[in-house]
Design a protein around this ligand. Structure first.
Ligand code: KG4
Ligand code: ZN
Length: 334
């Protein structure tokens, strides 16, 4: 089954063709990052306009790269939630029009479910159940993937997402948007023990996260240094910050695994590209004798191939939509 998949939940317009949920025939992404960089973050209105301009061309390219015509496509999958509402609406409406014109089934796909599915494309042997840490710019969840379309949230952030915390800390250190990847690079040259940063816990919720206090601690540290006329070693602060975030994420993820009894652990979302997190997870899984699956770097960020993978399993579970499909800015993964 060939699925044409579309993704427009944030600042990448993406289209892909995926066969039977596991084989990528094409994967095209038009990134808007250079434009949003000028403003230090994603400007929703600009994102919607750029999606509108790019979506027809990127879809055509995905079909061309797959050497297929629309006649050889069996269904259309689209990210319908969660994300920036104006951005999502572009993909949803384009997919609805295309599905109606070509008389194809339309499959709505949850963005976080698709991030998890990125792993199915890289690891043919991976099948649910497993425990997954989904860390992106907008979400931080510990999710038990019971089956391809059945999810139980074990823990979540109570405030900022991990990626958002990376980006805000990086911005305070003068790095361009999106800062996570720049902070990751700076951290490679710093001392992770140079600064002691807080590791906030959520009372009574051992698997939940809270990152806003850590973000504020970094911002305050930089402000105080500036007021005193002192310079802060950005590499050291990046390394200490990354070390702290990885500690928080990994300790709660492993505690959750102990509680559920899962021994297959999976990472997903943009922050799963972080070198510190990947290395820490590898070390800890080796020590515990757990199996670890990481998405390849090319599939960590937003893309449509992951939508095509999850879309296949949603279709197999009977989840299709009609012309009344709408986009949702927030929607539980469950
Ligand atoms: O999943 P994603 O591409 O978009 C959302 O669904 O939000 O995640 C984007 C987030 C951004 O916050 C970005 O800074 C972060 O992932 N990110 C990283 C790295 N690469 C991307 N954070 C830390 N280290 C990285 N190497
Ligand atoms: Zn994402």
């Amino acid at each position: 089954m060939n699925i044409l998949a579309l993704e427009s939940s944030c600042d990448e317009t993406a289209a892909a063709v995926v066969r039977d949920g596991r084989m990528v025939l094409s994967n095209c992404v038009a990134s808007q990052i250079e434009e949003h960089k000028l403003y230090g973050g994603v400007v929703p209105e600009i994102a919607s306009r750029r999606h509108t301009e790019a979506i027809s061309l990127i879809t055509r390219r995905a079909l061309e790269d797959a050497h297929l015509t629309l006649n050889e496509i069996d269904a259309i999958a689209v990210t319908h939630a969660p994300g920036l509402i104006g951005a999502l609406l572009v993909g949803v409406n384009f997919a609805k029009g295309l599905a109606a014109a070509a008389n194809l089934p339309l499959i709505p796909v949850h963005h976080l479910r698709s991030h998890i599915a990125a792993n199915y494309l890289a690891h043919p042997e991976l099948e649910p159940p497993f425990l997954c840490l989904v860390v992106s710019g907008g979400h931080s969840h510990i999710v038990r993937v019971e089956d391809y379309t059945k999810f139980t949230v074990i823990g979540r952030t109570r405030d900022d997402a991990a990626g958002e915390c990376f980006d805000k800390a990086a911005r305070a250190m003068g790095m361009p948007y999106p800062g996570g990847v720049h902070l990751d690079k700076a951290a490679m040259f710093g001392n992770p023990k140079a600064f002691a940063l807080p590791r906030p816990h959520v009372d009574g919720s051992p698997y939940d996260f809270s990152f806003s206090g850590l973000k504020t601690a970094v911002i305050n540290l930089l402000h105080k240094a500036q007021q005193r006329g002192e310079t802060v070693d950005v590499n050291d602060l990046s390394a200490s910050f990354q070390h702290t975030v990885c500690d928080i994420l990994c300790s709660r993820f492993f505690a959750a695994a102990q509680m559920t009894g899962d021994t297959t652990l999976v990472l997903a979302g943009g922050v799963s590209a972080n070198s510190g997190l990947r290395n820490r997870m590898k070390t800890m899984c080796r020590e515990h004798g757990f199996s670890l699956f990481l998405p390849p770097l090319s599939l960590c960020g937003d893309n449509a191939a992951m939508v095509g993978s999850q879309g296949y399993y949603e279709f197999c579970a009977g989840s299709t939509a009609g012309p009344a499909l709408n986009a949702c800015a927030t929607l539980s993964i469950e």
